[in-house]
Design a protein around this ligand. Structure first.
Ligand code: CTP
Length: 420
């Protein structure tokens, strides 16, 4: 995972000789872990072949508002971007962007985004010096667009002067700057340097191609945990049955699953290198032994569905976890909250159980609010009265971080031979 992991960047390329340098910018952004979606203008295609960017970027080049696989490509690109970089930006692009003219896919994408924008102009000195161009650049800068370059140097045709595209390394550095990426993590916060694995949603166990056994979990608490951990600087892996509702933000890698077996595979293959596991998903305990390969018809009468147990992922993590790793389980109950939570804490070998009584109003499944009791392996008990799920997430992560610190201090003492 590079420092830009989880970051979606639209790379716009317009028609100028410097377009070949966009290839280098693309390469560097991808190497840094970003997902790069290239958009070329028709003019750009006269300077670099789309095959080059197709091969180096994270998805195929898009050119047209109308002939792309997605019916409204500019809104998909604009809305999902964390950053738009235009490199090189011609005088025409600057003018269209300044005046809000949607002339092609790139300018339409610029209008359809709320993400920060970087433009790296490149043109001949006479063009760059034109008051109209200077005014367009000044207005864009005033609106918050980051202008990188141009610099002085050799220009096409053997001329020299201002108007040369900035070095690709400087354009990439500006992208890091705008995204707030310094060193390892894009955010500041007390979880910088941590990797957090969160599970969310209710698993679905197929009975036939049409039906499944499921539960009422919406994934909201798990996704709130993922968003909270990410906003505090963690790299987050969110294994979820509701990927469309997962936080769409820098630093959150969303892994979509459906069944308990798929969730077990994804969690267990990632758990080796994470610091904190927050197992908020409602995982099915049983699944049908046989899955019909055709729709079970009403006329075939009431059929018996035989079930077999699934893997208890959390218990498996409890058995195999690395020293120092913090494991947090969740327990949705309808009574005897503390007894049930204490039993699960013990049985699954975890550090903390977050239990809620889903029979209470506004608590748990599908609500935006929750009320929980936190039971720690150290005997600690914390009650969190009814509040937003994000607030619950804050308290749970505070606690997990505390446990991590204690584990760390303890192992440091052991390795120092300090047994006081
Ligand atoms: N869990 C899991 N794998 C399963 C079942 C549960 O990892 N196959 C995890 C859940 O994600 C949760 C914790 O175990 O963090 C407790 O889940 P819960 O369904 O409340 O408890 P169960 O162990 O399934 O027991 P019961 O359903 O009888 O309450």
């Amino acid at each position: 995972m590079g420092p830009l992991a989880g970051c979606r960047i639209v790379l716009g390329v317009t028609g100028g000789v410097a377009a070949y340098k966009a290839v280098e910018v693309c390469r560097r952004l991808v190497d840094a872990g970003a997902h790069v979606a290239p958009v070329m203008t028709k003019g750009a295609l006269r300077f670099v072949g789309r095959a080059t960017l197709d091969a180096l970027a994270s998805e195929p080049v898009q050119i047209s508002l109308f002939d792309e696989p997605h019916p409204i490509p500019h809104t998909r690109l604009g809305q999902s971007a964390d950053l738009v970089v235009v490199c090189p930006a011609t005088a025409r692009l600057l003018s269209d962007y300044r005046t809000g003219r949607s002339a092609d896919l790139l300018t339409a994408t610029l209008l359809a985004t709320r993400a920060p924008v970087i433009v790296a102009p490149a043109m001949h000195t006479e063009m760059w010096d034109q008051p109209s161009v200077a005014e367009n650049v000044a207005v864009l800068a005033d609106r918050g667009v980051t202008i990188v370059g141009p610099v002085e140097g050799l220009l096409a045709g053997g001329d020299a002067g201002a108007g040369r595209l900035s070095d690709p390394a400087d354009i990439v550095a500006a992208a890091f700057d705008v995204l707030g990426v310094t060193g390892e993590s894009p955010f500041a916060g007390d979880l910088v340097g941590f990797t957090v694995l969160v599970t969310a949603g209710g698993t679905r166990e197929p009975v036939c191609p049409v039906r499944f056994l499921g539960n009422r979990s919406s994934g909201k608490q798990g996704h709130a945990l993922a968003a909270e951990a990410s906003s505090r600087g963690a790299q987050v892996v969110c294994v979820t049955t509701e990927p469309a509702l997962a936080p769409d933000r820098l630093g959150v890698k969303v892994v979509a699953v459906e069944t308990a077996a798929q969730m077990a595979t994804k969690v267990l293959e990632r758990s080796g290198d994470v610091d904190i596991v927050l197992m908020a998903a409602a995982v099915a305990d049983f699944r049908p032994v046989q899955v019909a390969d055709h729709k079970i018809k009403k006329d075939s009468g009431i059929s018996e569905i035989r079930l077999e147990p699934t893997v208890d992922i959390l218990a498996e993590l409890g058995r195999t976890r690395l020293p120092g790793q913090v494991l947090v389980g969740f327990a949705a109950e309808t009574g005897e909250l503390r007894q049930n939570a204490a039993a699960k804490l013990q049985a699954k070998g975890v550090d903390l159980i977050v239990a809620n009584d889903v029979s209470l109003p506004e608590v748990g499944f599908e609500h935006d609010t929750n009320a929980v009791v936190l039971l720690g392996a150290d005997g600690g008990l914390t009650e969190v009265p009814l509040c937003a799920k994000r607030e619950v997430a804050r308290v749970v992560i505070d606690k997990a971080l505390n446990i991590h610190q204690t584990n760390f201090d303890t192992s440091a003492q052991i390795s120092n031979g300090d047994d006081k």
